[in-house]
Design a binder for this molecule. Structure first.
Ligand code: G6P
Length: 468
């Protein structure tokens, strides 16, 4: 088989297994971002097929070569659920949940990162570009460089990079920094993430950091430069606009409102069920507005889609219990026969249904306590082709850096969240339009295709600079 000019390495393959043992494209934004690029070059995607112990041979899917990496049940526990999602995830999200530092997990993380690096090194053509994705694979850039000094390596970090005071808790902080520095370009969501990283590198490894990049001394006395910079990710805006214009989806939006008993206002939250998303804060604020009579179930319903996620990690199990207790309490107190306070859906929906929900929602609530970007905020905006609707957005999301015309909140400030919800519920249509138009301009100009282009351009520039 031909070697690949562009190799994407991500924890997950861009496909999900269907009921018949076949594959379907997964709905993620990264998949649609890279699809056009992968089509024009000889591309390969290295990733885990999503099930423990599943061995599958390489295969072609919609023109892309997919290279599955097998994980045993124990590796799923230690590398994925353990180190990735019970150590790095909570630590990098400002310890909202307490990170656990376990040596067995670290050992599994190292071993699995080596396996991903081996697979990537084996498929990359001479002088290829390899693009590593996210926190599950932080050691992979360096491991690939050791195996294949001829390739150009990019890494993009989809989640926050924490301040040094938190990052320095990690017992393996040096190894992680050295792993990331194997890349020629290290991309982050926000400038603040890139600065946190550069500071950690400076404190731990003493490398000199300049505007042009981090200077890493090689053994032969020469210097290699790695660029750490913000490349805020986005969505496939055009596909949301297209869906929002479809008569069947618009009809579905009307039907959703009817099925909810025609409340005057629909408020919406859409998240993976994750403790970083501030779902409890949002429900607390909404419950208090009902208790104090500012809202009633006749005039407002909160629809909360919480898609199942990482269901075997203890912090997620506990969060689900807490949320469901809260939903039960609020609904038990305020529901009537015909109206519900919170319509809670612990389910995942196809993108078409999500767009119908976005169109039905007068107010979108994004109350994350910490979030690398938050693409739901951007999906809502892209879907509002009618220039209506209000986005309430936490300042602790990467998206807040770009979406200045949203109603900003500090989700920890419950009174502030209540005020923002009331401001959104009562906002005049003209004001909604004024804000929404500005928000839409941003997501139209900065879509995910522009994101991948700018990252790959930076990578090509880095390749030339390090070659000269
Ligand atoms: C976040 C991470 C991704 C991850 C996704 C879903 O967006 O940045 O890397 O794939 O969550 O989580 P999961 O653990 O199901 O892959």
């Amino acid at each position: 088989m031909r070697q690949a000019e562009l190799v994407v390495v991500a924890n997950r393959l861009p496909v999900d297994r269907d009921e018949n043992g076949g594959w379907r494209r997964s709905p993620g934004g990264l998949v649609s971002a890279l699809e056009p690029v992968m089509r024009t070059v000889d591309g390969a995607w290295v990733g885990w097929p999503g099930q423990a112990g599943l061995h599958v041979d390489e295969f072609e899917f919609e023109g892309t070569r997919l290279v599955p990496v097998t994980l045993s049940a124990e590796e799923v526990e230690d590398y994925y659920e353990g180190f990735s999602n019970d150590t790095i995830w909570p630590l990098y999200h400002d310890v909202i949940s307490v990170p656990r530092y376990r040596r067995e997990w670290w050992n599994a993380y190292r071993k699995v990162n080596e396996r991903f690096a081996d697979a990537a090194a084996a498929v990359a053509a001479s002088g290829a570009t390899v693009w590593v994705q996210d926190y599950q694979l932080q050691l992979v850039p360096q491991l690939i460089r050791e195996r294949r000094p001829d390739v150009t390596i990019g890494y993009f970090h989809h989640i926050p990079f924490p301040a040094y005071g938190l990052f320095s808790q990690l017992p393996w902080r040096r190894q992680v920094l050295e792993g990331l520095l194997g890349a020629d370009v290290i991309g982050f969501q926000r400038t603040a993430d890139a600065s946190n990283f550069a500071r950690a590198v400076h404190r731990q490894l003493r490398h000199e950091t300049r505007a042009s990049g981090i200077r890493i001394p090689r053994e032969d006395g020469t210097i290699r430069v790695a660029l750490a910079k913000a490349f805020p990710i986005s969505i496939d805006t055009a596909s949301y606009i297209e869906m929002a214009a479809r008569p069947d989806i618009q009809q579905r939006a009307i039907q959703i409102r009817e099925e909810l008993g025609n409340p005057a206002k629909i408020l919406l939250g859409v998240d993976r069920l994750d403790y970083t998303k501030g779902i409890r804060h949002r429900m607390k604020a909404f419950g208090e507005l009902l208790a104090e009579g500012w809202l009633s179930v006749q005039n407002a319903t909160l629809v909360q889609v919480a898609s199942p996620s990482r269901e075997r990690v203890a912090a997620y199990v506990q969060l689900r219990d807490e949320i469901e207790l809260m939903v039960g309490r609020v609904n038990g107190t305020y529901d009537t026969m015909g109206h519900t306070a919170i319509r809670y859906l612990h389910q995942a929906f196809p993108r078409e249904e999500m767009v119908a929900l976005y169109l039905a929602a007068d107010v979108m609530l994004v109350t994350a306590l910490r979030d690398g970007m938050n693409l739901v905020a951007k999906e809502y905006i892209a879907s509002r082709i009618d220039n209506r609707g209000v986005l309430v957005l936490s300042e602790f999301t990467g998206a807040a850096d770009e979406l200045g015309s949203a109603v900003r909140i500090n989700p920890h400030d419950i009174e502030g969240v209540k005020d923002a919800i009331m401001q959104a519920v009562e906002m005049a249509p003209a004001e909604q339009g004024r804000r929404m138009r500005k928000l839409r301009k941003r997501v139209q100009e900065h879509d995910v295709q522009a994101w991948s282009r700018s990252f790959l351009t930076a990578l090509a520039t880095a390749r030339e600079a390090n070659a000269s």
